[in-house]
Design a protein around this ligand. Structure first.
Ligand code: AMP
Length: 127
């Protein structure tokens, strides 16, 4: 189910539950700002999600409301995740869905990290 971009944060969304340790995750990287873990339904040989440690639904929500230190820490954590995965040399793709047109499913900001093979065109065309 897609989410509205300005909906209030749902403390029971699946990534909030992963952050609280209520649901297991295969962790790749963690610091005080962010957690990175393998996607449960990988779309590439490497498919990892990086999430900020805070109550943010989307990129707009995060950009408008997160403290500067968390924004910087989250961005750095994405870079450190790519390094931890060993995908920097061969390359990788970052993707963040936000709102209904993107089909964002989980209403906690997350950046997908795809890698492990040539990743093809940026978007599937439907026209
Ligand atoms: P999005 O469509 O951008 O909201 O992506 C949500 C992603 O979360 C999908 O790629 C799902 O496979 C992934 N996902 C859902 N539940 C879990 C979970 N428990 N552990 C890891 N990844 C999950």
């Amino acid at each position: 189910m897609a989410v509205q971009s300005l909906e209030p944060y749902d403390d029971n969304n699946i990534f909030a539950r992963i952050l609280r340790g209520e649901i297991p995750a295969r962790k790749v990287y963690e610091d005080e700002f962010a957690l990175a873990f393998h996607d449960i339904n990988p779309q590439a040989p490497t498919h990892v999600l990086v999430i900020p440690k805070g109550r943010y639904v989307s990129w707009a929500d995060f950009a408008a409301g997160a403290p500067d230190a968390l924004i910087a820490g989250f961005i750095r954590a994405v870079g450190k995740t790519a390094e931890a995965l060993g995908v920097v040399a061969d390359g990788y793709r970052l993707l963040a869905n936000a709102g209904p047109h993107s089909h964002q499913e989980v209403p906690h900001l997350h950046v997908h990290v795809f890698a492990g093979r040539p990743l093809g065109p940026m978007l599937v065309r439907h026209d």
